[in-house]
Write a protein of this length. Structure first.
Length: 148
């Protein structure tokens, strides 16, 4: 299924996607610059929580695709709930393990989504955002490990 959206809609999706990366970028910057301060710890914690929320949100891509294609496999519905479940479990762990789970799950969701017939512009957007998000989460994890 190829979804053809107007150029303005695609442009809005790109802007919103880029804006959605800001909390990750701020978290990474805070981890490296003011990580030991109360504001730094809060910002890193907020970025981590946001990561879990966004990971949960990514499962919705599978649902949306399935709803548009009634003959799709039911197993995709099951797969689509895993990001939310893994994000929830990750939040129950220590900071470093939470970040580790998120670092593994974001690329995994991307790979699952690439199995779908998604438009090229959306694939490119998801690839770029996944790279930025994972790089920021790795930067936070490395900064936290250095502060141990």
């Amino acid at each position: 299924m190829q979804l053809h959206l107007p150029r303005d809609t695609r442009k809005t999706a790109v802007y919103l996607g880029a804006a959605g990366a800001i909390p990750f970028i701020l978290g990474a910057l805070a981890a490296w610059t003011i990580g030991d301060s109360p504001v730094g710890r809060w910002t890193v914690g907020a970025a981590t929580l946001y990561g879990a929320v966004i990971l949960s949100f990514l499962g919705g891509i599978q649902w949306g695709w399935i709803l548009q294609k009634p003959d799709s496999q039911h197993s995709l519905l099951a797969l689509s709930v895993f990001p939310a479940l893994l994000a929830w479990v990750a939040l129950l762990l220590s900071d470093r393990f939470t970040l580790g789970v998120l670092i593994v799950c974001f690329p995994a969701c991307f790979l699952l989504d690439m199995r779908l017939s998604l438009p090229a512009w959306f694939r490119t957007l998801r690839a770029a955002l996944t790279i930025v998000v994972v790089a920021c989460l790795v930067a936070i994890l490395v900064a936290l490990s250095g502060n141990a």
